[in-house]
Design a protein around this ligand. Structure first.
Ligand SMILES: Nc1ncnc2c1ncn2[C@@H]1O[C@H](COP(=O)(O)OP(=O)(O)OP(=O)(O)O)[C@@H](O)[C@H]1O
Length: 272
């Protein structure tokens, strides 16, 4: 269980994240939604300790994550793998080596200085790539891959970290609809099969609603909605996305209704 208590991050006088309090149980698939500048990335970066809060605490069980330093902080970063919009691969390195970089924190500090990975590391990396349907491209340079393929390599790199939580910062923002589905399906499968908590910032309400158990809506640094997708009303969507995005909110709500009716249909079939 991750607990966030009164988390605030100020840049100058302005609060990018403003007194956020939340609990995230292990194994949940959470979507953080809201318009650009709402504070979603800053919140995620604080969870991984890429950014330090101005106020508040993050607790993992009874461990105070906000106070971690040195080796304990490195362990926390390994436990909370990040995935980014721009994939953050090393373009000139091959796919397998990019994935192996996710194993660096598992190795003794002395070994990290030598560029050799154990057989066990390589087996894990290949298995992660195969799981993401990328095994056949392991020798290819990362920069030659499509965006969707690069994001799958980034997910494989996150997997070999053996994280408890995957923090995905707009993982599909640079992808076309087909790759969006491939990447979201992969994150969903990892969440369901491995029980890894996934917290993902998502611009698209329809995608967030389709894949997530829970949506956290942010506006001006504050949480303005926290609940399952079917509880998101048009008023809240309008508040989250602002007047000019009202239509997008309405469109997304139509899709929410379609999802809800599909679920109802499935439930009916199960009963029958
Ligand atoms: N390093 C920084 N220095 C100054 N201001 C910052 C910094 N990082 C973020 N901000 C500001 O904090 C606010 C929240 O930004 P953040 O990137 O967290 O929002 P977001 O919801 O993730 O938006 P987007 O979807 O566009 O990434 C914005 O007003 C942004 O300009």
């Amino acid at each position: 269980m991750l607990r966030i208590e009164g988390l605030t991050k100020r840049f100058g006088g302005k609060a990018a994240v403003d007194g956020v309090t939340l609990s995230i149980p292990r194994g949940e698939m959470v979507g953080i939604i809201g318009r650009s500048g709402a504070g979603k990335s800053t919140l995620l970066r604080m969870l991984n300790r890429l950014a330090d809060p101005s106020e508040g605490r993050i607790l993992s069980g009874d461990r105070d994550v906000t106070a971690l330093k040195g080796a304990a902080l490195r362990r926390w970063r390994r436990d909370t793998a990040m995935i980014f919009q721009q994939f953050n691969l090393v373009g000139r390195l091959d796919v397998l080596t990019n994935v192996l970089l996710g194993r660096l924190d598992h190795r003794a500090a002395a070994l990290t200085l030598v560029k050799s990975f154990s057989r066990d590391d390589k087996i894990r990396a290949i298995a992660a790539l195969e799981r993401l349907d990328m095994g056949h491209l392991l020798a290819q340079r990362a920069e030659t891959l499509s965006g969707g393929q690069q994001q799958r390599v980034a997910i494989a790199r996150a997997l070999v970290q053996e994280p408890q939580i995957i923090l995905a910062d707009e993982p599909i923002a640079s992808l076309d609809p087909r790759n969006t589905q491939v990447v979201m399906d992969a994150l969903f499968r990892i969440n369901r099969e491995d029980g890894i908590t996934v917290v993902s910032n998502l611009h698209h309400l329809d995608i967030a609603s389709k894949y997530c158990d829970r949506l956290i809506g942010m506006a001006a640094g504050k949480v303005v909605f926290d609940g399952p997708p079917h509880q998101l009303t048009s008023e809240i969507a309008a508040k989250l996305y602002g007047i000019e995005a009202k239509d997008a909110g309405a469109e997304a709500l139509d899709q929410l209704e379609a999802i809800a009716s599909e679920e109802a249909q499935r439930a009916k079939q199960n009963v029958a």
